[in-house]
Design a protein around this ligand. Sequence first.
Ligand code: SF4
Length: 282
Amino acid sequence: MQVRLAEHLGMCFGVRDAIDLALDLTSQGPLTILGDLVHNPDVVAQIDAAGAVRVQRPEDIGTPSVLLTAHGVADRVRLELRQRGLAVHDATCPLVIRAHRALARLAAEGRHVVVIGQPKHVEVRGLVGDFDEYTIVQNEADLDYLAERIERQPDLRLGVVAQTTQPLERVQELIEAMRRRLPNTDIRFIDTVCQPTKDRQQALRDLAAETDVVIVVGGPESNNSRKLVELARSLGRPAYLVTSAEELRPEWFINCSLVGLTAGTSTPDAIIGEVQAWLEKH
Ligand code: SF4
């Protein structure tokens, strides 16, 4: 069985920089990480082994230093932490900061802010966390709420951004559905899907076109890894998400001569290498 690697795959610069910063800070003294630094169990284990404490809520921080993850937080959370006297280290990815700024610009124009993404995702919570009023759109059904608001307030203008790891095609579908549903509403969309996500999705399209089966290496909690699996399947390719080589099953590759390999933005190169070696051996 031959293996073809996606042209763009694996860890993005935002995650790589966040891990480097976490390891550097843990070598200097006690550190708490607010939230999951990355959605990859091996990397999390590595950071735990370096001595960092992980908490999900600001009130549980018990060290003088705290690290914010690449997913970002609302400004009000950052401010609260500083007011508590904590040394706040910030690993927020520059492309997440760009999404925050885009949303702030739209709000400054007097628009109702809308985020296309997963309502519970930490990045989305951070994006909307500084607004008292906002709407999160995950699917077409969520447009009902916006339609009701516009009925009550017909001059409402909308400012829309997307979670950085959403598939661009899906975001565009939802924007079109929004424009169809609200034909008289002024809607301004700023594309905040990050370039590494776009590159990985395009590379996967190319890979799926020429391979029999697609393997995505990534953690089960990794949004962008799951989206890569969904995209490959929507293109008609059997696709599987694995965290490591141990999860690969020989029966997935019956009658398969060319397997495509890609990985989410939080997957370390070493794990991709192990999966590749397993596939090449079979
Ligand atoms: S997926 Fe995109 S936005 Fe998120 S950390 Fe990586 S480069 Fe930054």
